[in-house]
Design a protein around this ligand. Structure first.
Ligand code: NAD
Length: 361
């Protein structure tokens, strides 16, 4: 079988530490299945700027474009905060997203039973939560024109434009319906159609796409109500699809249902090469200390196997191995609880690897 080509971009801060553990997990999957992964490392973010004067060197973009998937750690840190916006590490990430045409960001929000106390909400509200936010990533006010701040009649005026074409809405809706079909077959589309015409179009197009998915139950909700319902009764949701800006806000809100940033993976899907990364940043405050939680990055590898390589069984096993390690009481410091056995980044990676190796078949 042809090997899968993966661009590995560790990035800055804790990026290299957590990506190392995720790569170990990929190694075990290769051992157990005979599937080959060709890994090619590249520079992105602050480290790339230091070496090449740009956070996204051409070489890295070409590497990503020629790969079947990208595994990214995180970028950024105080060292690069005073740089011009055009060369900040985070620009490297945006460049990768637009260069790869990654229009759908998937962020699963899963409350692990053994981490239920980490949530700021009551256990009864968050127990068993397993939802997926599908955020459109390449449109809306983040890219719409006109934009900017200018002076009119001696006063400053700030402008951004919310814009979506019918095709952009259709493709993200299809991604969400396809996903809902593999889950509990419930899709919620979030908009503000009572006030914003752009999202009226959003609602119409999502409804049209839904006619091709009769088995998926489609509901619509205004974003303000959804923000409230996510706290009041998050168990009612399976897949949520929404615009770039609403998704930006709702996915951060939803991630806090779990209470642990170090546990949330993400996938960004496009036409071909998808990118997988933890939802957290480069955590410069703990970089180099060997205490970063690698589980979000390891869970991102599970998403890669599921969404890019169609290896559902292996993805399930990685998630199962993570649950086992948590059940046995092992914790990195960020998710520590009374009575927990605190381990560092490498040890946590080793534990997942050991549990994976122990599965038969
Ligand atoms: P952050 O997510 O890096 O850190 C927030 C807090 O969570 C910190 O206390 C950190 O120690 C902790 N934390 C995060 N991930 C952890 C992990 N895996 N294990 C243990 N603790 C963890 O957010 P921030 O501090 O706002 O940003 C730091 C840098 O990261 C900034 O330069 C920011 O621009 C960048 N950033 C990058 C991405 C990305 O690469 N996708 C995302 C967000 C922020």
């Amino acid at each position: 079988m042809k090997p899968y080509r993966i661009a590995v971009l560790p990035g800055d801060g804790i990026g290299p530490e957590i990506v190392r553990e995720a790569v170990k997990v990929l190694g075990v999957v290769a051992e157990r299945t005979g599937v080959r992964f060709d890994l090619h490392e590249g520079l992105v973010g602050g480290g790339a700027y230091d070496r090449f004067g740009t956070p996204l060197p051409d070489e890295t973009m070409q590497l990503a474009l020629a790969s079947d998937a990208v595994l990214l750690g995180a970028v950024g840190g105080p060292k690069w905060e005073s740089l011009d916006y055009s060369v900040r590490p985070e620009r490297g990430l945006l460049g990768l997203r637009s260069g790869l045409g990654l229009y759908a960001n998937l962020r699963p929000v899963v409350v692990f039973e053994d981490l239920i106390d980490a949530s700021p909400l009551k256990p009864d509200v968050v127990r068993g939560i397993d939802l997926m936010i599908v955020r459109e990533l390449l449109g809306d006010a983040y890219f719409g024109k006109p934009r900017g701040v200018r002076i009119e009649n001696g006063l400053r005026i700030g402008i951004n434009t919310m814009v979506y074409t019918e095709e952009e809405i259709r493709r993200i809706a299809k991604t969400a319906f396809d996903l809902a079909q593999t889950r509990r077959k419930k899709l919620l589309s979030v908009d503000k159609a009572n006030v914003l015409e752009m999202t009226e179009l959003w609602r119409d197009v999502v409804t049209e796409v839904g006619r091709d998915y009769p088995e998926v139950e489609l509901r619509h909700m205004y974003v303000d109500n959804c923000a409230m319902q996510l706290i009041r009764n998050p168990g009612q949701f399976d897949v949520i699809v929404t615009t770039n800006m609403f998704g930006d806000i709702l996915s951060d809100e939803a991630s806090m249902l779990t209470g642990s940033l170090g546990m949330i993976p993400s996938a960004s899907l496009g036409a071909k090469t998808a990118m997988y990364e933890p939802s957290h940043g480069s955590a410069p405050d703990i970089a180099g200390k060997g205490i970063a939680n690698p589980l979000a990055t390891i869970l991102s590898v599970a998403m890669m196997l599921r969404h890019s390589f169609d290896r559902t069984a292996e993805a399930d096993q990685i998630e199962k191995a993570v649950r086992m390690v948590l059940k046995e009481g092992f914790r990195t410091e960020d998710i520590s609880q009374a009575g927990a056995r605190i381990v560092g980044t490498t040890e946590m990676g080793d534990l997942v690897v050991e549990r994976l190796r122990a599965f038969s078949g």
